[in-house]
Design a protein around this ligand. Structure first.
Ligand SMILES: C[C@H](O)[C@H](O)[C@H]1CNC2=NC(N)=NC(=O)C2=N1
Length: 102
């Protein structure tokens, strides 16, 4: 199991992670896809990554806007798994036409 990150480790890594912000024991992001099929495709690919990592995000889908929350329940807070998954979700979103600065 991955260990909990310190506040400093989280802040440092969030600086290199566009779109994601900290909310207590979690990191959250809202991703607006070009259209509904793109939003669903992003969620579908992220689901494959989640299974591969055995690490599962909370996802809310509203038309083309998806909201994401990552935390590691087993560790009771944020771990490196959350940071890694956040990067992978950004990568997937970019491939589906989402423009993300940084
Ligand atoms: C038993 C199984 O490995 C765990 O419950 C996994 C499944 N998916 C998970 N997902 C998330 N986000 N956090 C976890 O701690 C977690 N644990």
């Amino acid at each position: 199991m991955s260990r909990q990150l310190t506040d400093e480790e989280i802040e440092r890594q969030l600086a290199d992670l566009p779109l994601w912000t900290r909310e207590g024991d979690a990191i959250v992001a809202t991703i607006e896809a070009p259209d509904f099929p793109a939003a669903i495709a992003i969620v579908g690919e992220a689901a494959e990554v989640a299974e591969e990592m055995n690490h599962h995000p909370d996802i809310d889908i509203r038309w083309r806007t998806t909201s994401w929350l990552l935390t590691t329940h087993d560790a009771g807070g944020l771990t490196q798994l959350d940071i890694e998954q956040a990067h992978r979700i950004i990568e997937i979103a970019r491939r589906h036409g989402v423009v993300i600065d940084g």
